[in-house]
Write a protein that binds this ligand. Structure first.
Ligand SMILES: Cc1cc2nc3c(=O)[nH]c(=O)nc-3n(C[C@H](O)[C@H](O)[C@H](O)COP(=O)(O)OP(=O)(O)OC[C@H]3O[C@@H](n4cnc5c(N)ncnc54)[C@H](O)[C@@H]3O)c2cc1C
Length: 507
């Protein structure tokens, strides 16, 4: 067995341990490795040998100007979790190290612990205004899922269970930000990787020290800002004819042979959402990258990979819906303030659009409450929320309608607004006040609200968010048809239809 590059504290039966608030709030002095990060320790922890590419250049994310705004945004979020105000609601005391660790990593065993987790998620979501889809809270919850699923992994090979347990502890104790890459590169969907091996990530060598993997993964959001990538399979491609393609592992993002190819940056224009919240999306290319044996969680067993996909995502999908809820709340707020600022809020058609948007906010809220009430115990004894399948299948639609409603209400105002420079130009003041202000609204307030709306629903930042909402849970057609085929009340629905059909026999 090779020596591990992560600490090998033995996994315990009750890793949640002492979940009282940590003994001290406050920062960890900018030093990584002392439990929950603050902003300085998070930023310092990204200084490694990762190979990040953007626009044909190899870049250092800790210094490249396009990455600085998002880095500052993330640092601000990590500062919140170590702040005197929120530290006690976002961290708990690790039973292995005594350090405060992130509540995102808490494996919940009681309804109270589940509630504490969701409160922590809300702090992450509100701190990022619902605009960062892959706040680190999301993937930390996938790591909780991996930890929970380790018993099933152990049935394939006891070593996989040990690895998953140790890896979870490593992530928690070091407050790792994770990304994940599930899908194959989008080259030719009409053939399988077995027909064209370069189209799927596969194990090309295995020995006592670990595995060597070759291939690529599309897409890994947050990758340039993350510490590790968790590789597992999406249901779209689990049924591999060749077991070499079934591999789950956790790789450091500075693994030699791993390249992070970023899309072009949305940073550039000041006073835009893209300049603050560009979490980045990347293609991950593995050129014979070596993965140490103790970072491998599953090999070759497609059946376990199928079961595992859902098990791993039980907590993260719920936190994703908490984020969607907040994002829809922001959209409703924006739509309402746009309508009020130009005096159209009292028109019945506009009111109906605003009401439609309010109904989406309300439905997601109601569903979140009911899903957490439906929590069930997993085989390993954790408390997991009920299924988000129905919400997952409508989330893209709700989001698309929310954007369409903002576009419908904002109309030409979404493009015709004075910029910050115009607002500061004395020569333009009279014209701006006369022709670009709003009803009971200053030209400054109106223009900022409309420009925010433009960022959300017509600019590339907003369009990317829209794409994310539609696709991040996988192909929406697959998500919906899976909901239909597993719908628990389907026999009841069909029975009700038959009862009614039988009435036709007896007019
Ligand atoms: C902004 C954004 C961020 C993302 N972040 C992440 C991330 O962090 N991690 C991650 O793992 N994934 C991420 N994803 C990827 C997401 O999981 C995929 O978009 C999704 O699984 C669909 O795959 P695809 O985009 O390759 O589309 P494709 O599979 O190429 O589909 C293209 C079109 O072909 C259709 N199609 C494809 N195959 C079939 C078929 N067999 N039968 C019928 N129709 C078919 C699809 O319905 C679709 O209309 C992200 C996606 C987006 C847009």
């Amino acid at each position: 067995m090779p020596t591990s590059d992560f600490e090998t504290a033995a996994p315990t039966a009750t890793p949640a341990g002492d979940t009282r608030p940590p003994p001290v709030a406050g920062t960890n002095g900018g030093r990584p490795g002392l439990g929950a990060h603050d902003g300085a320790s998070f930023t310092a922890s990204l200084a490694d040998d990762r190979e990040v590419w953007m626009e044909g250049e190899r870049v250092d994310v800790t210094t490249h100007p396009d990455f600085q705004p998002m880095l500052r945004t993330l640092a601000g979020l990590y500062d919140r979790q170590r702040s005197p105000e929120l530290g006690r609601e976002m961290t708990y005391r690790s039973e292995t190290s005594g350090h405060p660790v992130s509540l995102s990593y808490l494996p919940p065993r009681t309804p109270e612990e589940l509630d504490r987790k969701w409160l922590n998620s809300r702090h992450w979501v509100e701190g990022s205004h619902g605009q960062i889809s892959r706040i680190p809270d999301f993937m930390a919850n996938v790591a909780v899922g991996l930890h929970d699923f380790r018993h099933a992994l152990g049935e394939v090979d006891p070593e996989f269970a040990e690895n998953a347990g140790r890896y979870y502890l490593h992530c928690r104790e070091n407050d790792l930000a994770l990304t994940h890459g599930l899908g194959d590169p989008q080259v030719d969907r009409s053939v399988t990787p077995v027909q064209r091996p370069e189209l799927g990530l596969r194990v090309v060598h295995r020995d006592d020290s670990g595995i060597v993997v070759r291939g690529a993964k599309q897409i890994a959001t947050l990758a340039p800002y993350a510490h590790d990538v968790l590789i597992y399979l999406s249901p779209a491609n689990y049924l591999r004819e060749d077991p070499a393609y079934v591999c789950w592992f956790g790789a450091r993002l500075d693994t030699p042979g791993l390249r992070i190819l970023c899309r072009r940056s949305y940073h550039g224009q000041p006073h835009t959402l893209g300049s603050r919240f560009d979490e980045q999306d990347a293609m991950l290319v593995f050129d014979d990258a070596f993965i140490p044996r103790d970072r491998v969680f599953l090999l070759a067993d497609a059946g376990t990979a199928v079961k595992g996909f859902h098990a791993l995502n039980r907590w993260s999908l719920y936190t994703g819906q908490i984020r969607l809820h907040h994002r829809l709340r922001v959209m409703l707020g924006v739509a309402s303030l746009l309508a009020k600022s130009i005096g159209v809020d009292r028109f019945r058609e506009v009111g109906a659009l605003l009401g439609e948007l309010a109904s989406y906010v309300s439905v997601v809220d109601l569903a979140l409450k009911s899903i957490t009430r439906d929590a069930t115990r997993t085989k390993s004894g954790l408390l997991a929320p009920g299924t988000t399948a129905a919400l997952d299948s409508v989330a893209g639609h709700f989001s698309e309608r929310a954007s369409a409603i903002v576009r419908r209400i904002g109309a030409s105002g979404l493009i015709m607004q004075p910029a910050e420079g115009d607002l500061r130009a004395p020569d333009l003041r009279t014209a701006l006040d006369l022709y670009m202000g709003g009803r009971d609204t200053s030209v400054e307030d109106k223009s900022r609200m409309f420009r925010l709306a433009g960022d959300l629903v017509i600019d590339r930042f907003g369009m990317r968010q829209e794409l994310y909402e539609a696709w991040n849970r996988g192909d929406p057609a697959r998500v919906r048809s899976a909901l239909y085929t597993t719908f628990p009340d389907l026999p009841g629905c069909e029975a009700a239809a038959r009862v009614l059909a039988d009435l036709l026999e007896h007019p």
